[in-house]
Design a protein around this ligand. Structure first.
Ligand SMILES: Nc1ncnc2c1ncn2[C@@H]1O[C@H](COP(=O)(O)OP(=O)(O)OP(=O)(O)O)[C@@H](O)[C@H]1O
Length: 223
C-alpha cells in the first residue's frame, strides 16, 4: 500500500533520511519509531507530499504521491490539529464531512461518533471536551472518510492512560486498514502493531514487533 524507494531528504547541509526504501503491505499496522530528531515527521511529511521529494519516489496504493489520486485512499491525523471550539462535536463532523463530495452521510456520522464513544456528547460544544475527547473526535473525522490507509502522528500524545487505551481500542477494532503511526510508547506498539519501522542515523530498518523487541530493548531504549 505504501512504497518508498531510495528516498533521501535534507535540510540545507543536514541529511536526515539516507536512501530509505520501505514497503508497507495492506493490513500491516506499522509503528514509526526513532529518537527525537530521527526524521519521523520528515518521513511522514514526505509521504503526504508536504515536503517535496527531490531524490527517490513514493507511491500510495500504486499512485505516485505527487499526483492527487492517492488522497482518496489515505487519511492523516496530525499530532496537532484544529477543531472549531464553538461548534458541537456533531457540527464539527458535519463540517469536515462536507469537505469531501459536499454530501453529508448522516448515518456514517452517527456510526463513527458511536465508534469513538462521542455519540452521547455530540450536542456539546467542543470547547468543553477533554483532551481525550478531542483526540477521539480528530480520529472520528479521519475515520469518516473510510480510507484504506491511515497515517497518525503520535495519536496518544499527552493523553492519560485511560485516554490512550480508548484510542488504542478504536484502532484495534478497525479491519482492512493499513496503518503507519509514529509512537514513542512501546507498550502501545506491542498492543496494536504488527511491525516497527525504526529510524536511526538517517537509515531505516523494518522489523516485526518481536524482532524489534529482541534487537533493541535489551538496552531499554524504549519502554
Ligand atoms: N524545517 C526544518 N529546517 C531545518 N531542519 C529541520 C527542519 N525540520 C526538521 N529539521 C531537523 O531534521 C531532523 C529530523 O527532524 P524530524 O522533525 O523529522 O524528527 P522527528 O523524528 O519527527 O523528531 P520528534 O520525535 O522530536 O518529533 C532534526 O534534526 C530537525 O532538527
Amino acid at each position: 500500500m505504501i512504497e518508498i524507494k531510495n528516498l533521501s531528504q535534507s535540510y540545507k547541509n543536514k541529511q536526515v533520511l539516507k536512501d530509505i526504501s520501505l514497503t508497507i503491505e495492506r493490513n500491516e499496522y506499522c509503528a514509526l519509531v526513532g529518537r527525537n530528531g530521527a526524521g519521523k515527521s520528515t518521513l511522514i511529511r514526505s509521504i503526504l507530499g508536504l515536503q517535496p521529494v527531490k531524490k527517490g519516489s513514493i507511491t500510495l496504493g500504486g499512485f505516485p504521491n505527487s499526483k492527487g489520486d492517492w488522497k482518496k485512499i489515505v487519511s492523516y491525523l496530525p499530532e496537532k490539529f484544529h477543531l472549531y471550539p464553538h461548534l458541537t462535536g456533531e457540527e464539527n463532523m458535519r463540517f469536515f464531512a462536507s469537505l469531501g463530495t459536499g454530501e453529508i452521510d448522516e448515518k456514517k456520522i452517527e456510526e463513527k461518533l458511536k465508534m469513538v464513544s462521542l455519540w452521547e456528547d455530540r450536542h456539546n460544544q467542543v470547547k468543553g471536551y477533554s483532551k481525550g475527547m478531542l483526540q477521539r473526535l480528530g480520529l472520528c473525522v479521519m475515520l469518516y472518510y473510510d480510507t484504506d490507509v491511515l497515517i497518525l502522528d503520535e495519536p496518544t500524545s499527552g493523553l492519560d492512560p485511560l485516554g490512550r487505551e480508548e484510542i488504542l481500542q478504536i484502532l484495534k477494532s478497525l479491519s482492512g486498514k493499513t496503518i503507519l503511526m509514529a509512537s514513542h510508547h512501546m507498550d502501545e506498539i506491542k498492543q496494536i502493531c504488527s511491525h516497527v519501522v525504526f529510524l536511526e542515523d538517517g537509515k531505516m530498518t523494518k522489523y516485526t514487533v518481536d524482532e524489534f523487541l529482541n534487537e533493541h530493548l535489551k538496552g531499554a531504549d524504549y519502554k
